[in-house]
Design a protein around this ligand. Structure first.
Ligand SMILES: NC(=O)c1ccc[n+]([C@@H]2O[C@H](COP(=O)([O-])OP(=O)(O)OC[C@H]3O[C@@H](n4cnc5c(N)ncnc54)[C@H](O)[C@@H]3O)[C@@H](O)[C@H]2O)c1
Length: 250
């Protein structure tokens, strides 16, 4: 099935690792012209090189999503180079595992800034171009933590829930311009971030809570994102799709 992504310009944040990297690769495989971005520019560049090595087109940029001016600048550069911007995937994220009573205001600020304000900054940065084009697809990576709450991730869960509410509100405001805004909520997914603390015992315990009895892979999330970024999702906006082996059913 042709998803209609060939030649589309797609900016992915947090594309240097894990889920964002898999999304960038998957969009590249569909023929999109991909702009992998990351706080760590060298990792975004590595993703771009991988896309090109697989026969795709990519142009990496360094982007700290907490910096609105930087997001605006990267969008200006992308539009100057390609003349348009069709897809934004907000995937950059980070978290610290601790009980809420043990966390500090600095932890709260960090998680809200990256996980929520990062989405706000990048979304605002692309909207003028998408409104001018009268088209655009924005896919925000939230989390099942934002739907059901996760122990040791209280403020992160709140920030991810905020992403869902924000996405719905923006979807209502910009639908008239043919701009779609949807959320994907991964459950526990094996990435460099989670593999830092995932022991075989912990994995066995988590898997029991997942009806499909397995943890997700970055590629599982990427498939859903590619669909929502494609023509296949031509009449879908304001929706929240869990990719979590059935962990949350809401
Ligand atoms: N892995 C999971 O189990 C899981 C579950 C639910 C949701 N998520 C979400 O998926 C997304 C990707 O997570 P992952 O597991 O692939 O993590 P990861 O650490 O492997 O990748 C995250 C990337 O985001 C980048 N990043 C961090 N702060 C940034 C900033 N300020 N600006 C730009 N880039 C920044 C990092 O450098 C890294 O390359 C996150 O939003 C995360 O909250 C992950």
């Amino acid at each position: 099935m042709d998803l209609g992504l060939r030649g589309k310009v797609a900016l992915v944040t947090g594309a240097g690792s894990g889920i964002g990297r898999a999304i960038a690769l998957a969009l590249g495989a569909e023929g999109a012209r991909v702009v992998p971005t990351d706080l760590k520019g060298d990792t975004a560049e590595a993703t771009a090189q991988e896309i090109v090595a697989r026969g795709g087109e990519a142009w990496a940029r360094t982007l700290d999503v907490t910096d609105f001016a930087q997001a605006q600048q990267v969008v200006r550069e992308v539009v100057a180079r390609f003349g348009r911007l069709d897809v934004l995937v907000n995937c950059a994220g980070a978290w610290r595992l601790n009980l809420f009573v043990d966390s500090t205001p600095e932890d709260w600020d960090f998680e809200v800034k990256v996980c929520f304000m990062g989405v706000v900054n990048c979304t605002r940065a692309v909207l003028d171009q998408m409104i001018a084009q009268q088209s655009g697809k924005i896919v925000n990576i939230s989390s099942d933590a934002g739907r059901v709450g996760e122990v040791r991730q209280a403020v992160y869960s709140g920030a991810k829930a905020a992403v869902i509410g924000f996405s719905k509100a923006v979807a209502k405001e910009v639908g008239r311009y043919n701009i779609h805004v949807n959320c994907v909520c991964p459950g526990y997914t094996k990435t460099p971030a989670t593999e830092r603390y995932l022991t075989p015992e912990l994995e066995a315990r988590i898997v029991k809570a997942y009806p499909l009895r397995k943890l997700g892979l970055p590629e599982d999330v990427a498939k859903a994102v590619v669909f929502l970024a494609s023509e296949g999702a031509s009449h879908i906006t304001g929706q929240t799709l869990s990719v979590s082996g059935g962990y949350s059913m809401v």
